[in-house]
Design a protein around this ligand. Structure first.
Ligand code: SF4
Length: 350
């Protein structure tokens, strides 16, 4: 006979196998009364949107070393935060991060509000993130459903409706399991189960604390769930970037407008990115431009991009039509978003 999935069984497993994460207070410390720092929980949750734990760890360490409190982050310069964020993608998150830090510092005396409703009113915090912060930082019984949790729920209850249509049903199931005691640890335990045991391929059902309760396993369906509606192929867009280097080593860069893709980030001046032929575009400065034989390629959420990269060496006295020269010592390639970094690496033959 099938057992009911119980939070207690999961929490017992979590007490022994919780992942050690730099923003987490582990279950033993939590029971000893140590509370997570809401600033670190919030920062990690914003960074983890659309990204993996492995990709986030170094960024998290750099941010919390440079800006150890929300007040410190609120006082940071926009360009410094965008530079540290470069490479993590989804740059609207970084702009909202700064806005949110400033609201919390100025309107809430540096203390994050502790309910889902109040958290959701802050810039860049949607329903998922508000639930995660409320549960993890403040032990509120909020329902937290990320991709890992969706997978676990679809399997546990053998739900065959494809994603994204299945989301409300999966959320309801996750809510039905959320306990009043230790809700923060429960939320993190389901996530850990999805990340380490109930993995997308080859779930390790034999060592799972919910194996006797799992309908997907019992019905032999686990590895095929969750079902997903097939995605449309992404279109290909094309464009050109211009990398101008002055003979003193300075590079010609422009800060992109705040709104839109890569908003607020530094980048090489260039054309729009469009489907079809590479759009015509005038270079940002008069020079003898050479086109590199290879293109920089990058995939965004909704399209693939192929960038033609043109390079030139320019004399000291020439004035650009677009952008500004950044001195050799002030230029850090790591401040560039990944697609611009790829163009730069291509020029350097990397
Ligand atoms: S028994 Fe298997 S499929 Fe079911 S929740 Fe555990 S790991 Fe996932």
């Amino acid at each position: 006979m099938r057992d009911e999935p119980r939070s207690e069984a999961l929490l017992e497993w979590y007490d022994r196998h919780a992942r050690v994460l730099p923003w987490r207070v582990g279950p033993a410390d939590h029971r000893a009364g140590i509370r997570p720092d809401p600033y670190r929980v919030w920062l990690s949750e914003i960074m983890l949107q659309q990204t993996t734990v492995a990709a986030v760890k170094d960024y998290f360490a750099r941010f919390t070393t440079r800006w150890p409190t929300v007040e410190a982050l609120a006082e940071a310069e926009d360009g410094a935060v965008m530079g540290e964020w470069a490479g993590l993608g989804y740059y609207a998150r970084a702009r909202n991060l700064l806005k949110c830090a400033r609201v919390v510092a100025e309107d809430f005396e540096g203390r994050f509000p502790d309910t889902v409703e109040a958290l959701q009113k802050l810039p860049g915090i949607g329903p998922y993130t508000a639930g995660a912060i409320a549960a993890i930082a403040f032990d509120r019984p909020a329902v937290v459903v990320d991709g890992n949790v969706e997978r676990v729920m679809a399997r546990l209850f053998d739900i065959h409706t494809p994603l994204p249509a299945a989301k409300p049903e999966l959320t309801e199931r996750a809510a039905s399991l959320t306990p009043q005691t230790r809700p923060g640890d429960h939320a993190q335990a389901v996530m850990d189960l999805g990340a380490t045991i109930c993995t997308p391929r080859n779930p390790a059902c034999g060592i799972c604390p919910w194996r006797d309760a799992c309908l997907g396993r019992i019905n032999g369906m686990a590895a095929e769930l969750p079902k997903k509606t097939p995605r449309k192929p992404k279109p290909i867009r094309q464009g050109t970037v211009y990398i101008a280097r002055r003979i003193d080593g300075a590079f010609l860069l422009e800060r992109r407008p705040d709104k839109g893709l890569l908003g607020g980030m530094l980048g090489w001046p260039g054309s729009d990115w469009t489907e079809g032929d590479v759009p015509d575009h005038s270079p940002p400065i008069r020079a003898e431009w050479k086109t590199l034989p290879a293109e920089a390629r990058h995939t965004f959420t909704h399209f693939h991009l192929r960038l033609r990269v043109r390079t030139a060496l320019v004399p000291l006295d020439r004035t650009p039509r677009l952008g500004e020269f950044l001195d050799k010592d002030a230029f850090r390639p790591s401040d560039l978003p990944t697609v611009m970094r790829k163009a730069f690496d291509l020029m350097n033959g990397a």
